[in-house]
Ligand binder design. Structure first.
Ligand SMILES: [Zn+2]
Length: 317
């Protein structure tokens, strides 16, 4: 049986076994799929990947009773239950959890991305009877342009903004999107990248886990020098005042930008850490689960779309 958790997420109770996904476990095992704040749950016996645990500790300063689970290794938790973490392609450390309970299998995807990015590999295929899949962008209006096109568009905007004598600044999630932007500027430009404190903490964790990133933390002498000197890019998790004597133009990066410019920003780019409508559909069709529960975003509509394609699908929330 599946039911919503007290603070979001999903609770599974079956054959005397209980598991809480992205919500605080009342009993049994807990699972945290990735380090975004709306998915992090504390408690004893909470499993997450080593990378997710480091991000939770460094960025959110939570200690919690987390236990590391390596990717792709079957972990036996009782005579009849085993669990495996698979890459979900969303951010560093993001995992979906596949549980085998007495011969029946279920996968909880957490947030999922099915295309490669500059900092992550796409979600792995998974074979399971039951899927609990996120459907943030499960609406046909949300089909993202190819990533390299969006990247080129971002680079063009940066160079235009600098040519106007302004500082290009980005508001982006501190975990995931910010590092993808840093990597983009590191790869295709020689611009120094100055980042806010939370972004710097998350980026350090990426570096410790093998993702090479060059950035300067704001508030340091180096950052003041670079920002004062002219050409640079600024990235933060919030729009805030940047200590520069020039105009600052703010852009944001989010899948919602596929519908156009977002209020309060000079530009918005549809760079997302989630699968788009087509990505979600392909993922379900390729893995062919027996039953699908959809969660988050367009869960009702996407479940209906799946039913029309012959799947047994219901919205979970
Ligand atoms: Zn997320």
């Amino acid at each position: 049986m599946l039911r919503p958790g007290r603070d979001g997420g999903v609770v599974l109770s079956v054959k005397g076994f209980s598991a809480a996904f992205d919500t605080r476990p009342q009993k049994g095992l807990g699972f945290v799929s990735h380090a975004h704040s709306d998915h992090v749950a504390a408690g004893r016996n909470v499993l997450a990947t080593r990378e997710t645990i480091s991000l939770i500790r460094r960025v959110w300063q939570l200690s919690g009773g987390y236990k590391p689970i390596p990717y792709r290794q079957e972990l036996r938790v009782s005579d009849s239950v085993s669990v495996k973490a698979l890459n979900s392609g969303h951010v560093l450390g993001s995992a979906m959890f596949r549980l085998d309970i007495g011969g029946e299998s279920l996968v909880y995807t957490g947030d999922i991305n099915t295309v490669p990015t500059l900092t992550t590999n796409p979600a792995e295929p998974v074979d399971a009877d039951v899927f609990v899949i996120e459907t943030t962008y499960g609406h046909p209006d949300y089909v993202f342009p190819p990533r390299h096109e969006t990247e080129a568009w971002i680079l063009k905007w940066v160079s235009k903004t600098l040519a106007e004598g302004a500082l290009p600044a980005f508001k982006a999630y501190s975990i995931g999107k910010s590092q993808e932007l840093i990597k983009l500027f590191n790869t295709y430009t020689s611009l120094p990248v100055v980042v806010g404190k939370t972004v710097a903490n998350a980026s350090k964790t990426y570096v410790e886990n093998g993702v090479k990133l060059d950035f300067i933390r704001s508030g340091t002498r180096d950052a003041a020098e670079v920002l004062g000197g002219g050409e640079a890019v600024y990235i933060d998790s919030q729009v805030r005042s940047v200590p520069v004597h020039r105009r600052v133009k703010w852009a944001t990066v989010t899948g919602w930008a596929v519908k156009g410019r977002l209020e309060g920003f000079d530009a918005a780019f549809p760079l997302s850490s989630h699968a788009d409508y087509r990505g979600l559909l392909n993922y379900v069709e390729e893995n062919r689960p027996r039953k699908v529960y959809t969660i988050h975003g367009f869960s009702q509509l996407f479940a209906k779309t799946l039913r029309l394609r012959g799947f047994d699908a219901s919205p979970f929330t």
